[in-house]
Write a protein that binds this ligand. Sequence first.
Ligand code: SF4
Length: 915
Amino acid sequence: MRSTLLSRIMADETQEAGGIHFPFPFTPYAIQKDFMAALYQVLEAGKIGIFESPTGTGKSLSLICGALSWLRDFEQKKRQEEERLLEAGAPTSSDGLAPALGPPPSCQGSPGTPEATGEPDWITQFVQKKEERDLVDRLKEEQVRRKKREERLQQIRHNAKLRFAAKRMRQEDEETERLLRLSSEMLAAGTEPEQVASGEEELVLTEYESDEEKGVPSGVDVDEDDLDEEHVTKIYYCSRTHSQLAQFVHEVQKSPFGQDTRLVSLGSRQNLCVNGDVRKLGSVQLINDRCVEMQRSKHERKSITEEEEPTRRRRRQEPRATCPFYSHERLQLLRDEVLAGVKDVEQLVALGKEARACPYYGGRFAIPAAQLVVLPYQMLLHAPTRQAAGIRLQGQVVVIDEAHNLIDTITNIHSMEVRGSQLCQAHSQLLQYTERYGKRLKAKNLMYIKQLLYLLEKFVAVLGGNIKQNPNTQTLSQAGTELKTINDFLFQSKIDNINLFKVRRYCEKSKISRKLLGFTERYGAVLVPSMEQPKLSGFQVFLQSLQPGATVAPATPAEAEEDRSPRPASPLMHVEGFLEALTTANQDGRVILSRQGSLSQSSLKFLLLNPAVHFAQVVKECRAVIIAGGTMQPVSDFREQLLAGAGVEAERVVEFSCGHVIPPDHILPLIICSGPSNQMLDFTYQKRGLPQMMDETGRILCNLCNVVPGGVVCFFPSYEYQHQVCAHWEKSGLLARLTIRKRIFQEPKKANRVEQVLLEYSRCIKHCGQARGTETGALLLSVVGGKMSEGINFSDDLGRCVVMVGMPYPNIMSPELQEKMAYLDQMLPRAPSQARPGKALVENLCMKAVNQSIGRAIRHQKDFASIVLLDQRYASPAIQAKLPAWIRDRVEVKATFGPAFAALRKFHREKAGLS
Ligand code: SF4
């Protein structure tokens, strides 16, 4: 197999950089070679790399070919070293691996060598000999296993017939098994009376013992033994959206590594489930719950012993559903097929349907042997999700792509909000559950349920509400937002006497929220004890209003379309998330009490101040971590907030930033400080609403539209300001002047309209390009951080000029931002002559947003565009330093408009011939 791979690689464009061969599908740009060489070094040395490569420079391909070349060499060295050791029959170094192959110092454990323990010589020698023998045995086993796997995958790759025959056989087996099962279940069903309704047994909590009492470690929820295979060294690649992940997988398929790489695409059950009955439940949470319940049924069924069977029959319990796609044998076959060829999520689902095996679990089974695991952010950055998916990071490589918002992403994943209506709903459901099953519950269950009820009551009370009343009609007296430290919140809520760690553990182990979900699904959560029936009519309305999906007033059709979100999951699950957040260290988070009108609309929100606590494990365990993106500037946030906070020493961090692939004269970045009538451009909050500022902005745009062909994309700092300016222009007649040259489009607020607007915008530009009339294209008025500032490609004529009106500073009055600034001022050291860390954060947030927006233009080597930053504040060297390198190096500051306009006219005249 190695020789096949080698000959294929030789047939490709093989590139050498820094003495390393990088197979590449075509001749790479110089910056791609540099990127791959730098990446290779970072992986080899076990460092943390911050990699910036502008969009359009082939970043994904550089990542793929750079990282997989390193893995290829690593595996080869490992194999050679193993062979050498096996031949010699003993290792040469005390850790059993050649120094180059052992994990880098950063992720090594620290068990003392026998010599260091001060034991007598003979013990030391004995221990050493034993270790050596064990290692040789382990290497032999690994070799056999690897050989078997390679043979199996080769067979699958080259013998499609065999594969399909196996599938047919599986289907037949499965059908027989299903019929047999149905018959035996029908026979098993007796006729004796029962205490609870049929099928209801599963809703009752089993006896709870905490882990301390049982002495078992906490672990993944299902089938851990299935995942207990050796995890080979691999690369975990994660990105933000499913379409970005799919795009990455397609790039791997097209690359020289597309044939022989063992790649698995992971996703949520919502994306991968092939059981139609489960899929139609809609929301991620409901799908997860149903699936896990079905796996549990299967396991419980397996574990029912012969002696238990008669008792079970006596209870005449209905057989609980299991998923027909979860068959161990077929999952293993699916795993092999996954590993035999690179597939994206769609192909994986198709394969799962064909093989009648679950792609979600099949993918998980494939993780240990995979070389490249492709997964969404959430799965990697949230420790419990990571564990549940069977991901082990020890000694592995992690690549986080599109990482410009990594800090925000980690913060959002771990910031939990629970609304007043959810608190009341959880309380009501829990109360009804206890009333229904109270007598069947063991004391410990009851104790914890009581604690949960108490917590819910106190959470509602601290918001100023009453748990016993309808949250929709309860008006809170003190509206506003209050921010508390965790300890103050616990104290003020009067719950500081409750051990939240234990309650959280109980929720996790007893799976109470899942039981409650099953209960509410069965009874619609309006199962009210008979003694309360007379008072019901009003109360019933209230309970119904708490139902998932209940609406207060009928929505307009457009709103209904926009808000059609999946059914929300169990409210207790939200509360559990909030409880978990409350166990964060006091200094690392805050609680925001938001009181808005009614109790329903009010909320408790946990705000994570220190995302580094959740990133620390990733950087500690991994061999190397790559944080990559098109625009990573300003990188100080990553270094200070994330990496230093996670305990990474400065020497372990490597920065790589490459230029753009375009020739220098294909871009004209300008900072313009004043307009055509010499009005100083100052878009601070106080000045931007002045009529003269809005007039001057309009005049600048009119001038630009006269000389720029095709599309002009103009970004405003907010929707509100965009509307204010447009309304002003409409009144002053400027809008009409603008429309002589460009048709005007505005960014819609509703996500479902974006595609339509973009389509019309590009059609208009195309049409104007062909018609060659007075209208030369279109002007798109967009908003920074809106729907068009990320992920949308304004290449070629779609974006010949990008204009940024003012600086999009975040709202400094927001209590959340103020708290974060204060936290950073307190926690981060302040270098002399530098801004306070809190102030730097605000500037960085602003410039990150600017960089994202202006990065929409220039998407490939032959593209060209002008970039115009309107505000004299951009002229500050400190602000310019936060621009991406490829813009920073070429940007010109124009104090007056005349020279700026002349430069723009010249640039676009010269470039007109290129398009
Ligand atoms: S096992 Fe797979 S196919 Fe079955 S319900 Fe779960 S996710 Fe869906």
